[in-house]
Each structure stands twice: as structure tokens, then as C-alpha cells.
Design a protein around this ligand. Structure first.
Ligand code: SAM
Length: 222
């Protein structure tokens, strides 16, 4: 699927309604709204949940994880300031939906997931839509030095603190969007690397995510 092509299907009306809703909640970036109007979210949820794909809510996926709420996806993508050709690392592939939005906006996407099954499902979904993203399995809290530095890094799970390896894998001017807090609630931060050893941190408001598990995140249960 090219960024400009359009999926025609039974969910078109619901998808357009969701876009209007996102606009009413303050999402203004036309490229974010266009990408979310192109990518069929129903293809990223479990089959029996397809009729709920355009509710503005997180939904359960396999391995006790979630596909994020559309408003949160829009907010984080807008905060990243995505443009064509931008190199973006995503931590927490989950369903693959966020990666699909970034790819539809013309970004070069590398996405890391700790659950191999979710990564394989996401790879399949993205390929079926003709969207290109490199899906890797591993602990994303340490980033991926193989393709660093990144113009943008987006973490779609809640961290106890800003993972330092991720801040260090940003290019100068690069932005890291990361939820930081406890297991109940987090604050969405935008961390911009302003110089070799300088980062600016902005508070973008409260969010709620499943935990980021890894050496620079929370410990896994049991
Ligand atoms: N971006 C996803 C989407 O569009 O569906 C939603 C992500 S879900 C809220 C958070 C994901 O982060 C889960 O799939 C979880 O397994 C993953 N995760 C948690 N810790 C991780 C880590 N250290 N490295 C990679 N993935 C991680």
C-alpha cells in the first residue's frame, strides 16, 4: 500500500468518524490524520474484535499485550514530527499498527518487540499491506545500535525512567517519545537531543501503558 493509496472496505465510515474525533481532540498534523485514515486498524486487532477497531480505546492482543488507543498513537506520532525519509526506531511493536502509521508516512521504520509471536504477526500484517518496516525481536530498552543514530525513537510501553541507551541513540535534533512513570500511570515525555551531551525534556501529559520490560525497564514477572 503506498502512502497515497486508499483501502476501500466496510470500515471506511467508522475510520473517517475516528479521524473526525481525533481532530476534535486536538490532533492537527494533516499527515498523521491522513495516515490514520489510510491504515486499516481492523487488520491489527483480533478477528473477533474487528467491529471495535475504530473505538478510541486500547484493545487486547496476544501475549497479554494491547494495541494502543488511537488518540495516543496520533498524539505520539504528532509529537515525533514525522516526515518522509525520517529514520525511526519503535520499541514495542505489539500489533504493528503504530509501525504501519509511521511507514505510511514515509518513515524508515525499525521496530523491536520482545514477544516473537507478536513480531511475526506484525511482520505479516505489514507485508500484506505493502508497508515496509524492519521487525526485530529483542529487548528494545537497549535500543539497536546497528542502525543508530535515529531521527526519532518512540517507546510504546511504560518505562520507570528514560532509558539512557535510547537517549544516546538519537541524532542531534532527534526526538524520543517515551511514557515514564509507575506501573499504574505515566507521563508522556518528549526528549530532544540538542547537543552531544544535552537533552531537553518536555511533559506532554498523562498516559497509561503496559510495562516496558527489560534491562533498562521493569523486571519481568516471575
Ligand atoms: N505499538 C503497539 C501497537 O501499535 O500495537 C502497541 C504496543 S503495546 C502497548 C507494548 C508492547 O511493548 C507490547 O507488545 C510489549 O510486549 C512490548 N514490550 C515491552 N517491553 C519491551 C521491550 N523491552 N522491548 C521490546 N518490546 C517490549
Amino acid at each position: 500500500m503506498s502512502a497515497r493509496s486508499r483501502i476501500i472496505g466496510p470500515y471506511d465510515e467508522q475510520r473517517h468518524a475516528l479521524i473526525a474525533h481525533l481532530r476534535s481532540r486536538g490532533i492537527t498534523d494533516p499527515d498523521v490524520l491522513q495516515a490514520m485514515d489510510l491504515v486499516p486498524r481492523e487488520r491489527f486487532v483480533q478477528d473477533f474484535m474487528r467491529n471495535r477497531a475504530y473505538e478510541d480505546t486500547a484493545l487486547p492482543i496476544d501475549d497479554r499485550q494491547t494495541i494502543s488507543q488511537p488518540y495516543t498513537v496520533a498524539l505520539m506520532t504528532q509529537a515525533l514530527g514525522v516526515h518522509d525519509g525520517m529514520k525511526i526506531l519503535e520499541i514495542g511493536t505489539g500489533s504493528g499498527y503504530q509501525a504501519a502509521i509511521l511507514a505510511a508516512m514515509g518513515a524508515k521504520v525499525i521496530t523491536i518487540e520482545r514477544h516473537p509471536k507478536l513480531s511475526a504477526q506484525a511482520r505479516e500484517r505489514l507485508a500484506a499491506l505493502g508497508l515496509s518496516a524492519e521487525c526485530r525481536v529483542g529487548d528494545g530498552t537497549i535500543g539497536y545500535t546497528g542502525k543508530a543514530p535515529y531521527d526519532g525513537i518512540i517507546v510504546t510501553a511504560g518505562a520507570p525512567d528514560v532509558p539512557e541507551p535510547l537517549a544516546r541513540q538519537l541524532s542531534i535534533g532527534g526526538r524520543l517519545i517515551v511514557p515514564v512513570g509507575d506501573l499504574e500511570q505515566q507521563t508522556l515525555y518528549r526528549v530532544t537531543r540538542t547537543a552531544d551531551e544535552a537533552w531537553n525534556v518536555e511533559d506532554l501529559g498523562p498516559v497509561k501503558f503496559v510495562p516496558l520490560i527489560g534491562v533498562e525497564g521493569w523486571q519481568a514477572d516471575g
